[in-house]
Design a protein around this ligand. Structure first.
Ligand SMILES: C[S@@+](CC[C@H](N)C(=O)[O-])C[C@H]1O[C@@H](n2cnc3c(N)ncnc32)[C@H](O)[C@@H]1O
Length: 315
């Protein structure tokens, strides 16, 4: 069942001028500890599945309020970070502050912030101790040398806005398909982003094109209705007409695609899924309540509230 407030906000977005009041902030990446927690979760799962954990070029979709997740990648040794967002949220001052706090977290080998600190952050880990087996003293020693940190600070203060610029940090928002060259990226990651693009097949085709053969995708995807319905998965019970009113013209609208769509698209684009870490919850709706276009959902789809999906691009 749709929440009355969501319906009112959705309808209000059709009034000229009010749409821009939605999606003004994105959430988590205002906090360095959140960014550290996100990056180390992706890295820990890559390691657990025997996938590479060192990357020359990392591209992130939808970094949100700061570039902190990608900065954590740079502090772990990545050479280049390309941040691509649908809208510009991050600013230089916040990025520099987050970078400073991240440097301290890595220098102190701080434990990974856990589910008690960030209850909504998925996936959860078996252990939140610092992953010293993959971020070894040698690796961090080289990544955190003062001259390299100065270079990263300068790049963050003056992030490239086009891939023709030089430097290790790029922030392009809004971005468009075609900007990133074929086979130039080692890791494409995102955290609670792929539930939004309306052209999901286009996004997967585009990001697979960026990857080098053997390159990695690592996406944490939230399948919940983000509070727009009473039940966590009530959005799958809404007809398209009702959903058009609820979602309205919000800056970011859920695409309502379930888990199986992401797996199928990755496979169709020539990627092998290596990690599929699903968070499951009992469904809040019955099969009979599903809207006609969601009748095909599998039982797994109906109970998967989020998933970390990691895949390798086949040669
Ligand atoms: C819920 S926020 C998550 C932000 C951040 N990753 C975090 O963990 O806090 C969703 C982000 O996805 C971005 N986004 C939505 N559609 C996108 C697209 N097609 N390409 C890139 N980013 C997109 C939004 O602009 C926003 O920054």
């Amino acid at each position: 069942m749709v929440r009355a407030r969501s319906l009112i906000v959705g309808i209000a977005t059709y009034i000229p001028g009010l749409r821009s009041l939605t999606g003004r902030k994105t959430g988590g990446t205002v906090s360095a500890r959140y960014c550290y927690a996100v990056w180390l979760r992706h890295l820990s799962f890559l390691h657990r599945h025997g996938l590479p954990t060192t990357f020359e070029t990392v591209a992130e979709l939808g970094p949100g309020d700061s570039l902190g997740v990608g900065l954590a990648a740079l502090l772990s040794g990545a050479g280049r970070y390309i941040a691509l967002d649908a809208a510009r949220y991050a600013d230089g001052a916040r990025n520099l502050q987050i970078l400073k706090e991240l440097i301290a977290l890595f220098r102190n080998r701080a434990p990974i912030p856990d589910h008690l600190e960030f209850p909504l952050l998925q996936p959860s880990l078996d252990s939140y101790t610092f992953p010293a087996d993959l971020l070894t003293s040698t690796r961090l020693g080289a990544a955190l040398i003062p001259a390299r940190l100065d270079m990263i600070r300068a790049a963050v203060a003056n992030a490239g806005t086009s891939l023709h610029d030089r430097g290790p940090v790029y922030y392009i928002a809004p971005w468009e398909p075609g900007l990133v060259e074929n086979g130039t990226v080692d890791l494409v990651l995102s955290q609670t982003v792929l539930e939004f693009p309306q052209d999901l097949a286009g996004i997967y085709a585009e990001t697979c094109r960026w990857l080098k053969p053997g390159g990695i995708m690592s996406h944490e995807i939230d399948f919940k209705s983000v509070g727009m319905t009473v039940e966590w998965n009530g959005h799958w019970s809404c007809s398209d007409a009702l959903w058009r009113l609820v979602a309205g013209r919000r800056r970011h609208r859920l695409n309502r695609e379930p888990h199986s769509t992401h797996i199928a698209l990755l496979q169709r684009m020539g990627c092998r899924v290596v990690c599929d870490e699903r968070t499951v919850r009992p469904s809040g709706i019955t099969r009979a309540q599903l809207a006609p276009r969601f009748r095909h959902l599998t039982d797994d789809d109906l109970t998967t509230s989020s998933a970390l999906i990691q895949a390798v691009k086949l040669a």
